[in-house]
Every structure is written in C-alpha cells, then in structure tokens.
Design a protein around this ligand. Structure first.
Ligand code: MRU
Length: 352
C-alpha cells in the first residue's frame, strides 16, 4: 500500500495573492495553470469548465471571494463590492450545491469582519482550511467506501470525481484509489462520459498518472459490461443530494444505476456531507444545467452532425434514492438512503 502515489494532483492552488487553476479543458494534452486575479474571472473559469466537479467548484469559488476582498481592500464600499462579486460567483453554474455551500460560508466570514483587511485575512484562512479539509475528508470517505467493495472484481465509474474534481484525492475516485491501494479491485472501467469526455480526458489521465489500470468504454457499452459479471460495483460522485437521497450527478448516471440494479451490481454514491442539500426535499427540485448544443454537435472543433441538427444536452440527471445502495461520506456510510436515514445525518447548527 502506498499512501502518497495516488494523491499528488492539486488542481486548485493559491499563491502570491493569485488563484492558479489547472486548465482542465486542455487535459490530457497540456498541463497548464491559469492565473486568476478577480472574482468575475473565477466565475467565468467555473462556467467554462477550466475547473469542474462539485467540490472543486466550491473551493474555487471560496478563493474567488478571497480575490474579491483583495480587489476591494482600498475601497470604502468594500462590503458592497465583495457582495456583488459573491452574487456573480453564485450565478456561475446551477446544479452543484457545493458552490452555494462554500459561498454561504464565505459570506458569513465577510459579514463578521470589521474591515476589508480583516475580511481578506479571514477569507484566505477559511478558503485554505476548506481546501485542506476537503482533501482530508476525501481520504476518510475513500476508506469508508473501499471497505464496502467485495474483493476480486473491477469497478465502473462515470465522469471525473478525482483530484481534479475536488481539492485532491477525490470522492468516487478516492474510494477507487483506496480500494486499489488495499488490493480489493482488479482495475477500473471508466465511461468516456460524453459529451465533455471527463472520463477519457480526465479520469484516465489521473489513473494512468497513479499507475492504476484503467479501461475506457463508450457509455453504450456499459450494459454489456455489467451483464458480463466482471464489475462488482459502480461508484459515482454527486453534484447535489436531495434530503430524500435522490442524487444529481453527471448525465448518464441514472442510466448506470438502472443497469446496475438490473444486473445485481452494487451502486454507490460517494460525496462529502456538504453535497447533501437538506433545503431541497427531492430530486425533482434540483436545478439541472442545460449546456450548449455545440458540446454535442462538435468534437475538438470539428462538426459531428449535419448543420441544422439540434441537440439535447442536460449536464446532469437525477438518480432516485431507491436505486442507490449506499451513500458514502467522510463521516461514514448511509445504506439504502431515504429521507429518514438522511435526516439522522443532518449537521447541527455550528458544525463545520
Ligand atoms: O460537469 P462537471 O464535470 O462539473 O460534472 C462533474 C460531476 O458530475 C461529478 O461526478 C460530480 O461533480 C462529483 S465530483 C467529486
């Protein structure tokens, strides 16, 4: 077991009063970091998928608030300026609740500060702590999830839930990293994840980087794979878990859950507690982002379809709680999630 091999990618860095984001649009061909200096640029980076993945979006937005405080240091109306920047960050993407969770926390930190300088210091400390807590939490989550995987078979995952989608280590990919380190799995199957190709461009890059065997498949091949018996468990992440356990995640997740149930394969959702949205009672109330048709109609700038064809491009779907065998968090496992079981996990006021 090697504790460090699978934990070296840090996509979000803050140094010299600048936010540096590993540009995920360019992976795997290029590994370049983009420097950002203000909150509107951070909102654009989230919208344009320089950074993506629910926890990474939240952490990035938190650093966006640090930049907002920095920019407003000399202004008498610094509170108003920072407030406007937080509103801009909130509008970046609608589905991942971690964005709003992080911004609510940062807004409270700004409200409690007596000066712009104090706000800058306190937001920087909070954002750094959020980043470190995310990485530590993912390691806990990974250990809880790995323990649920029966040894001897492969796992199937969808989208990218690894270091790139978090502060580091990953959620579903954290479970997979821990399971691999413990010798529980024979390898990883990764959906390519059309249309943005998070699976082939990002998950495969991370797993190859860490020396974990990865085999890519088109989503259409998942039914045959699950029918074959080679896969013991499907592990995915989440963008928002409603209070009854219904889970929004990358488009295609719901189909995988149906296939897993049909073939008697366990279906696990891995996410930090911050991804549970107790204010949203059920999945039908989760806002689903619709993205540009061009993501479906073109590939690497080349047209894939006849001019005039339309495209249906929801970025996420909702898996009903009844199809989920377990939700794994940094605090432990919720088996067969439903409203009652999730309510027992609700953080108390003042919990961090
Ligand atoms: O559109 P994306 O790439 O931001 O979607 C990412 C996902 O759906 C992930 O599965 C989810 O955010 C969990 S990441 C730990």
């Amino acid at each position: 077991m090697n504790d460090f091999v699978s934990d070296t990618i840090r996509p979000v860095r803050f140094a010299d009063d600048r936010l540096w984001l590993l540009d995920q649009r360019r992976l795997p061909a290029q590994e370049t970091f983009l420097p950002l200096d203000d909150a509107p640029a951070v909102a654009d980076a989230i919208r344009e998928m320089v950074v993506r993945g629910a926890p990474a979006i939240g952490i990035t937005a938190a650093f966006g608030v640090v930049l907002a405080c920095h920019q407003a240091l000399q202004a008498t109306d610094w509170r108003e300026r920072v407030g406007a920047d937080i509103a801009t960050l909130r509008a970046a993407r609608p589905t991942a609740v971690n964005l709003f969770w992080a911004l609510d926390r940062m807004q409270a930190v700004v409200a409690a500060a007596g000066s712009a300088r104090a706000a800058l210091t306190a937001t920087r400390e909070t954002a750094m702590a959020m980043l470190e807590a995310d990485i530590a939490g993912n390691r806990e989550l990974g250990a809880h999830g790995a323990a649920l995987i029966e040894p001897g078979r492969a796992v199937l995952t969808h989208c990218n839930t690894g270091s790139l989608a978090t502060g580091g280590y990953g959620t579903a990919l954290g479970v997979i990293r821990a399971a691999w380190d413990q010798g529980r799995i024979t390898g990883v199957y990764a959906d390519e994840t059309r249309p943005w190709m998070q699976g082939s461009r990002l998950t495969a890059w991370e797993l190859v980087h860490d020396g974990i065997p990865v085999t890519l498949l088109c989503e259409g091949a998942a039914a045959r794979l699950l029918q074959s018996g080679e896969v013991g468990c499907v592990v995915v992440g989440a963008d928002r878990i409603a209070a009854n356990g219904d889970t929004a995640n990358k488009i295609g997740t719901y189909g995988l859950a149906l296939l897993a149930r049909a073939h008697g394969v366990r279906f696990m959702v891995a996410a930090p507690v911050a991804t549970i949205d107790y204010a949203t009672p059920a999945g039908d109330a989760i806002p689903i982002e619709q993205r540009d048709a061009g993501e479906v109609l073109t590939l690497a700038g080349q047209p894939l379809a006849a001019a005039g064809a339309a495209a249906y491009n929801p970025a996420f779907d909702v898996t009903p709680a009844g199809l989920i065998d377990a939700i794994v968090t940094e605090r432990g496992v919720i088996e067969n999630p439903d409203a009652e079981r999730l309510a027992a996990w609700r953080p108390h006021p003042g919990d961090t």
